[in-house]
Design a protein around this ligand. Structure first.
Ligand SMILES: [Zn+2]
Length: 339
């Protein structure tokens, strides 16, 4: 999203107390972490403007204020992975939890369970603020799963289109009840960047990735994806890139994951590639772009070569590409080719 940030901040400080009082604003703009005059406040205003189709300038002036007062607070959560933008293909799901991240956990095992073996986070990762908890040591949710019958060749990056880990779990459990399939996910990353492990990526086969279920494990990054589906702490948006889905009635923008979430992605991928013997640290879909959007033969069930992929790269979904390109950028020598 491009707008004059400094001018927006200056404007918002100038009109605060005249046009509006911070504490009286509707959620998420009344959040105490969003001080008027801060970058975050102007970005939150811009996110709201983008969501409701106003001119995006980050300034909380009379028109934006009127729209904010008339706006029904965000209450659509728990959508599940974002679909392609065909009207009506999102199923109604239970509502999400509160949007605010829980504080980072202090008394967790900080161990992952991979192929039945406990893998402690390294001292360097702990020092960098990476934390994790798992179903075995920490009582996290666990999805009943079939034993995997094929080697783990893929790891799939998802975005939940929810605003909490609890909502994501609820969506998956509701799908299990409705369809009787083994829906589930091996890892979740909440808005505070904490990694929650639900299942063993090597041993447990779960339904999360269309025709890649037999050979893949996955992670859901908790992200509303579009401002229509969530506010703070997801307060930064960018114009929708080539893979971006536009929800009905919303702007074509993409809500960025939180910085805390982005920080843990590459370490998680690295750990998995080290401890999962059939999962190479490679990126078989890195060359996809707006001309070649998905892998060849995807709709006929083609599998990508082994490695880390975004859900949208091989299925009629729209999630995970931003995450994947970030990991490629950090771990595979630079960004994918320009689209
Ligand atoms: Zn997905």
């Amino acid at each position: 999203m491009s707008f004059e940030l400094d001018a927006a901040k200056e404007y918002n400080l100038r009109v605060q107390g005249k046009l509006w009082q911070h504490g009286e604003l509707a959620s998420p703009l009344n959040d105490e972490r969003l001080a008027p005059g801060s970058d975050a406040f102007s970005f939150a205003v811009a996110s709201f403007q983008a969501a409701v189709g106003l001119v995006v300038d980050g300034r909380l002036g009379p028109a934006t204020l009127a729209a904010l007062r008339a706006f029904k607070p965000y209450d659509v959560a728990g959508q599940g992975c974002s679909q392609d933008g065909v009207a009506g293909d999102i199923e109604e799901q239970p509502r999400g939890e509160a949007r605010d991240p829980k504080p980072a956990r202090t008394s967790v095992s900080n161990r992952l369970v991979i192929d039945g073996v406990e893998v402690p986070l390294s001292a360097a990762l702990l020092a960098a603020g990476v934390t994790c908890s798992n179903w075995r040591d920490d009582g996290e949710a666990h999805f009943a799963a079939r034993r995997r019958s094929e080697p783990l060749h893929h790891f799939v990056l998802h975005e939940s289109v929810t605003t909490s880990v609890a909502a994501t779990i609820r969506v998956l459990n509701a799908k299990r009840r409705r369809r009787g399939w083994d829906y589930g996910i091996h890892f979740n990353v909440g808005p505070d960047g904490h990694i929650t492990q639900h299942n063993d990526p090597v041993l447990d086969r779960l339904v999360h990735a269309n025709h890649l279920n037999d050979t893949s494990a996955g992670v859901e990054i908790t992200n509303p994806y579009n401002p229509k589906f969530g506010g703070a702490p997801w307060i930064n948006v960018i114009p929708g890139p080539w893979w971006c889905w536009r929800p009905k009635g919303a702007s074509r923008v993409y809500t960025l994951p939180t910085n805390a979430q982005m920080r843990v992605l590459a370490p998680l991928c690295q750990i998995l590639s080290i401890h999962c013997v059939d999962l190479p640290l490679s990126f078989p879909t890195r060359n996809l772009n707006r001309r070649k959007k998905r892998i060849q033969g995807w709709s006929d069930g083609a599998l990508p070569p082994p490695g880390f992929v975004a859900h949208r790269d091989f299925a009629a979904h729209s999630d995970g590409r931003y995450l994947l390109e970030h990991v490629i950028n950090l771990l595979d020598g630079g960004p994918p080719p320009a689209s």
